[in-house]
Write a protein that binds this ligand. Structure first.
Ligand SMILES: Cc1ncc(COP(=O)(O)O)c(C=O)c1O
Length: 582
C-alpha cells in the first residue's frame, strides 16, 4: 500500500501520475482505515525527489470547509503525521508545529464525509512546506464523479529539475532582449499560485499583469479550450460562427447598445479606436486624439504615439501624427488643448502603467460634457482596468456609482484585452451604436478593418466561459470586498511604516502600494535601483509576485477569484518584507 508508492522503484513515475494516482491509492487503503483516511503525499525538495505518507484523523478532514484550518488544527493537536520512507516511521512527525502549512487553493472546494471520502495530497515542501489537496466525494467512482462534475484537477507539480540557468541561457541566445526580466523561471501554476522551476511556490498577486482573471490552470478554461478545440478552432472572419456572436452580445449587454470588433491584444484594440476616431473626423479634416500624460496604450507605433510617456517613444521617432498629451484628471487642460483638428479624447479609466490613478467622477462627467459640446468621441482604454477588475465591468461604472448626474453616462468606445481571455490572447473594442448623430457602430464598414485571428471560436469560447464563471461566482463582489480589504491593509501599512509605504492607490483588484523613494527607505540599497523594483525583488524572495509601476508603485493585479484567506496571507508577507526594510 504505502510501499506501492513510497517504496516504488519508479518514484518519479508515481509523481507524474499525479492526483488520479493518489485517488486510486486512497481508494485502496480506505477499507482498512475506517476511522482514518490514509493520505499519501508526494514531496519534492528541489531535485531531491522523495515520497512521504501523511496521515490525518478523519475528524479533521470533516472540517474541510475551512481548508486552512483543518491542517492547522490537526498539526496543533498532533494528529498530523508525516512519515518519511513509509509506514515504519509512522510515529515520527516530520512536520513541526512551527512549519507553515498552507493548502493549495482549491478550484472547487468540497466537504468530505468521514469514512466515505478519499483525500489525496501533494506536498510541496520546498522551500515553504505547502500542501495541495483533492477530495473525491465517492472514492469508488473517482474518475466518473470527477468527469461528471467537470473537475479537471490541477496538474500536480511535475518532477522538478532546476533548469533556471539553462532557460535563461536560451533567452539570452534566442529571444529579443526587449524585456528586463526578473530572475525567475516559472514552471506551472494553479489558482493564485505559481511555481518556479526550482519548486519554489509564489502567491501570484500580479496576475500576469492583470491577465489571469481566474488564476492559473482554471479547470473551466481548460474545459472550454478542450471542448471548443475539438469542434472548431479557427475559420477566419469571412464566415459567421456562434461563439463570436455570443461573446459580442454578452459584452454589449454589460455596456450600452453597440457593436464589438475582436482582435488579439490591447494595442490592437486601441488601434481600432484610433482608426474609428480618424474615420469619425475624416470628412471634417479632424484626426487628432488627445491622450493623457502618464498613460499607456500599447507598443505598436500608434500605441507608443498615443502613450503619454517619453520613455516608450525614445529611438522610434518620428511618432505617428495626431496625438497630443494632456494632464490626467485635469478638465480645464483638456478643454484648453482641443483644436479644430481634434476628433477624440482617449483615457484609461484607471491609469495602470502610469502608477494606478483612477479617473475622478468629476473628470469623467466633465469630459463627457466637453466631448458632447465639441462633438468629440470619448474613448476609454480599459485594457488593464476593465473586465470587473474595479468591481464593476468597467471602472467608470464603479467610479460613478451613486454620483449625481451620472445616470445614463456612457463613453463612445472601449478597448479591452488582458482579463477578457484570462491568459488566452484576445482583445476587443466596443463602439456605441450612436454618437453625435453618427452611426458609430457602423463606421468601420466592410473592408475598412480586419485581422486574421480576431475573435476565433476558440478565443471567444474561452472568454465566454470566463464571463460565466465571473457571473456565476459573483467575482465582482469578491473584487469589491477583498479589494477593499487589501486597500485598507495597505493604508494600515502606510500608517505603521511611513518610512517605507506612502499610501494605497486604486480600487478593486487594481491596487498600488506607493513607496517612498529608494534612498529614503532604510533597508534599501543605495546603489541599487528604484524602490518599486527593489520591493518587487524582495517580495519575490518572500514568495509573492507583484508588478512594478514607475519608480515608486508596486501593483497588485490578482486573479478576480483571489480568496480573502490568500489576500490575508499576501498582506502578511508584504508586511513582513516592509518591516524588514523599515
Ligand atoms: C492600459 C493599457 N492599454 C494597452 C495595453 C497594451 O496591451 P497589449 O500588451 O495586450 O498590447 C496595456 C498593456 O499593459 C495597457 O495596460
Amino acid at each position: 500500500m504505502v510501499a506501492d508508492v513510497a517504496g516504488s522503484a519508479d518514484k518519479s513515475r508515481a509523481l507524474s501520475l499525479g492526483a488520479f494516482h493518489l485517488g486510486a491509492f486512497a481508494r485502496r487503503t480506505r477499507s482498512q482505515h475506517q476511522h482514518r483516511t490514509r493520505l499519501i503525499g508526494l514531496a519534492d525538495a528541489g531535485n531531491d525527489l522523495r515520497t512521504r505518507t501523511l496521515e490525518i484523523d478523519v475528524a479533521h478532514v470533516h472540517r474541510m470547509t475551512q481548508f486552512g484550518m483543518v491542517v492547522k488544527q490537526a498539526v496543533d493537536l498532533g494528529t498530523f503525521r508525516a512519515i518519511k520512507g513509509g509506514p515504519r516511521a509512522i510515529d515520527k512527525p516530520v512536520l513541526q508545529k512551527e512549519e507553515r502549512i498552507t493548502f493549495h487553493e482549491l478550484q472547487r472546494p468540497r466537504r468530505a464525509t468521514p469514512g466515505k471520502d478519499s483525500v489525496g495530497w501533494g506536498l510541496d515542501s520546498h522551500p515553504v512546506p505547502s500542501v495541495f489537496l483533492c477530495v473525491w466525494k465517492d472514492c469508488d467512482r473517482i474518475s466518473r464523479h470527477t468527469m461528471n462534475d467537470r473537475v479537471i484537477l490541477p496538474t500536480p507539480p511535475p518532477i522538478l529539475k532546476n533548469q533556471q540557468q539553462e532557460i535563461r541561457e536560451l533567452f539570452q541566445r534566442f529571444v529579443v532582449p526587449s524585456y528586463g526580466r526578473f530572475n525567475l523561471a516559472l514552471s506551472h501554476g494553479a489558482g493564485s499560485h505559481v511555481w518556479d522551476v526550482s519548486g519554489k511556490r509564489y502567491l501570484d498577486l500580479g496576475g500576469g499583469i492583470a491577465v489571469c482573471s481566474l488564476g492559473h490552470a482554471h479547470p473551466e478554461i481548460t474545459e472550454a479550450l478542450v471542448e471548443q478545440s475539438r469542434r472548431l478552432v479557427h475559420v477566419s472572419n469571412l464566415y459567421y460562427q456562434e461563439p463570436q456572436g455570443r461573446l459580442a452580445q454578452r459584452l454589449v449587454g454589460h455596456l450600452a447598445p453597440g457593436k464589438v470588433f475582436f482582435c488579439n491584444s490591447g494595442a490592437e484594440a486601441n488601434e481600432g479606436l484610433f482608426k474609428t476616431a480618424r474615420k469619425f473626423g475624416h470628412d471634417e479634416g479632424r484626426f487628432e486624439i488627445l491622450t493623457a500624460v502618464n498613460s499607456f496604450h500599447g507598443r505598436t507605433l500608434g500605441g507608443i504615439s498615443a502613450t503619454g510617456q517619453e520613455k516608450v517613444k525614445k529611438g522610434f521617432e518620428p511618432m505617428v501624427e495626431g496625438f497630443r498629451h494632456i494632464p490626467f484628471n485635469d478638465l480645464e487642460a483638456a478643454r484648453a488643448a482641443i483644436s479644430p483638428a481634434t476628433a477624440a479624447i482617449l483615457i484609461e479609466g484607471i491609469q495602470g502603467e502610469g502608477g494606478i490613478t483612477p479617473a475622478s467622477a468629476e473628470y469623467l462627467l466633465g469630459l463627457r460634457k466637453l466631448c458632447d459640446e465639441k462633438r468629440l468621441l470619448l474613448l476609454l482604454d480599459a485594457v488593464q482596468c476593465g473586465h470587473f477588475r474595479s468591481g464593476r465591468f468597467q471602472s467608470y461604472q464603479r467610479v460613478l456609482e451613486g454620483v449625481a448626474g451620472a445616470e445614463g453616462f456612457s463613453v463612445d468606445g472601449i478597448s479591452m484585452a488582458k482579463s477578457l481571455g484570462g491568459g488566452f490572447p484576445i482583445g476587443a473594442f466596443w463602439l456605441r451604436d450612436q454618437a453625435h448623430g453618427v452611426e458609430l457602430g457602423q463606421i468601420l464598414g466592410p473592408g475598412t478593418h480586419g485581422t486574421t485571428f480576431g475573435g476565433t471560436p476558440l478565443g471567444c469560447a474561452v472568454a465566454l466561459r470566463i464571463l460565466d464563471v465571473i457571473e456565476r461566482e459573483k467575482l465582482a463582489d469578491n473584487v469589491r470586498t477583498t479589494g477593499d480589504f487589501l486597500h485598507a491593509e495597505i493604508s494600515r501599512l502606510a500608517e505603521q511604516y511611513p518610512g517605507v509605504v506612502r499610501g494605497a492607490r486604486g480600487l478593486g483588484f487594481m491596487l498600488g502600494i506607493e513607496l517612498q523613494p529608494f534612498d529614503q527607505i532604510p533597508g534599501f540599497k543605495r546603489e541599487e535601483t528604484v524602490s518599486s523594483l527593489q520591493m518587487v525583488n524582495r517580495l519575490h524572495e518572500a514568495g509573492v509576485l507583484t508588478i512594478p509601476s514607475g519608480t515608486q508603485i508596486v501593483r497588485l493585479l490578482p486573479a478576480l477569484n483571489l480568496s480573502r484567506a490568500l489576500a490575508e496571507e499576501g498582506i502578511q508577507i508584504i508586511e513582513k518584507v516592509v518591516r524588514s526594510v523599515a
